[in-house]
Design a protein around this ligand. Sequence first.
Ligand SMILES: *Cc1c(COP(=O)(O)O)cnc(C)c1O
Length: 390
Amino acid sequence: MSKEHRFETNAIRTQLNRTEHLEHSVPMYLTSSFVFEDAEDMRASFAEEKERNIYSRYSNPNTNEFVEKVCQMEGAEAGFAFASGMAAVFSTLASLLDSGDHIVSAQSIFGSTHTLFNTFFPKWNISHSYFKIDALDEIAGMITPNTKLIYAETPTNPGVDVLDLEALGRIAKQHNLILVIDNCFASPYLQQPIKFGADLVIHSGTKLMDGQGRVLAGITVGSAVLIEKVYRFSRITGPALSPFNAWVLSKSLETLAIRVDRHCENALKLAEFLEGHPQVNWVKYPFLKSHPGYKIAKRQMKAGGCVVAFEIKGGLEAGRQFFDSIQLLSLSANLGDSRSIVTHPASTTHSKLSVDERHAAGITDGMVRVSVGLEHVTDIIADIEQALEK
Ligand SMILES: *Cc1c(COP(=O)(O)O)cnc(C)c1O
């Protein structure tokens, strides 16, 4: 295996382990611990004089393989895998921040990350300021001597706004701040934030990485120095990914490129259909020319991703009618699944936010988020069309 190979080849051919049976597909290492040869091996292993697996809270062959694949995809030096995307967000930030530190974050971020910043971090005296995704020039004025990192995601959940990664990378470097990017909506196939100056990249593996709605997972990759801190914290606090889920994900990544290509193709067709629909106020998809971040998206992403956001005319009541009329698509909170999903962000993923916070994050009552799946695009569009007509 060579890092010289292309994305798809590395995703398929990277295999860190093979037993004496010479199985073709990587086996599962469902073990909580690993044995030592003798007393000296036991001592040296715990003294970290050798690189080896000791206990699956620290590392495991399946987890290591998943981490290695994502590091290759993102162009990262090292990584650590977590039981969920939120475990990755929390553990990464908790390992880097001290009491008294300050975060500058994009306003439009995942609902649970919002709640983490608003409700839980203040308990440890960690504060934040929010900037609007299209007002990066305001960041400099928010930075204090206690500011340690900049946090953002792009495209955003659920509004699919696009943030200029190159500009953000420049600002972080200028002010000597750690730049952390949640790259979950793009997946490493469409966008690699490290190229633009990100120090750490976080994913919820639950979404496009698994792609079939089976497992919860998270991962953080980036600079070896920062990942070492993340590892030290996580090895003790125990948010590790299970070996079984790591095995599922390592196999899922083999098909990431081909799946995401089709997700994006279907999503663009749906977005184009919705753009002309009389029952729709607006449609947002990064690769639609009408998207305010279209040029930035074209520069930093290979395609527009699997999520389309739109607003139904008639607000909450029309929205309720729409969701009750959907037949084929799933009403669910996940995304990046092979099955198309429609979600109402105001009453689900972002319901913990106040009305003002929701509006500041661009979430309106009539807003619908569609995670466009891999069914035939004609069937996807037909279901949404019949629901809009009702
Ligand atoms: C889903 C999601 C998360 C959280 O991931 P979980 O695996 O659900 O914990 C974080 N960020 C974004 C952008 C997400 O969509």
